[in-house]
Design a protein. Sequence first.
Length: 306
Amino acid sequence: MNRSKSNDQGKRKGLSILLLSACLALVLLGISLLTTNYGEGVFNGKQALSDVETQLAFGPRTPGSEAHQQAGDLILVALTDFGWHVEEQTAEVNGYPIRNLIAKRGSGTPWILLGAHYDSRLVANQDESVAAKGNPVPGANDGASGVAILLGLSRSLPPDLPGQTWLVFFDAEDQGNLDGWDWIMGSSYFADHLDGRPDAVVVVDMIGDADLTIYQEGNSDQALTDAIWSVAAEQGYGDQFPPSVKYTMLDDHLPFIERGIPSVLLIDFDYPWWHTSQDTLDKVSAASLDAAGTTLYHWLVNMMGK
């Protein structure tokens, strides 16, 4: 028997089982699937908002939870349906299981990696309500919005782009300052075990705030930052992308910066509901997702020389 063919059949069977399980859960909730495809060439903010809603329907995607598993499974199925080669990277870090989800397309150079975290925080420790502080964060903006941007790009990017594009959904970004946890655990593990050197890494986080303002970030590569902000201005999103630095952040771009890889973080940190129980769907807008997603779509196509 051809071992490769047998493995492929096993993977397809496994993905079918994952899809069936996730679909049944979503049908019961009346939520549209991540696998809805609006076609290549256009980033669709309304579909991205629906992708945020779909993730929230599972519940908080805290590491180790059923919702976390289900959301990750559906992400893998959606990416496969959109024609990407998918992989899982699993490990144990500080005694906790890590599951990074990786989608690849193309080969050669340039090699562009776009990332977002898909976990949500275990406790809403920034909540004003003492009673709510022990509850998990719903993670509409802080988690689900970045995932929605990457899924939107996975639908809309031309399949024949030159070079190679990776979309990486990092696990365990958001659990720092909790017992036994650290920040950016998934991306740190990924960068430690990355074979090769991407030409650029772009990380999106908290990117769907209805009042979107994405300031430049102090740790990010300046040339890469300037290029993306220039595209945003060209696309009519200059108000959402002011060309000035406001924050210096610890986020999933940092492990790549530490390895000398040009990297940039797109984040709107002026978000009052960060790490609270109020990080809910009503705080996110299709227009904001469209601004971020459309900007990255055109930047990436330009980078690839399409």
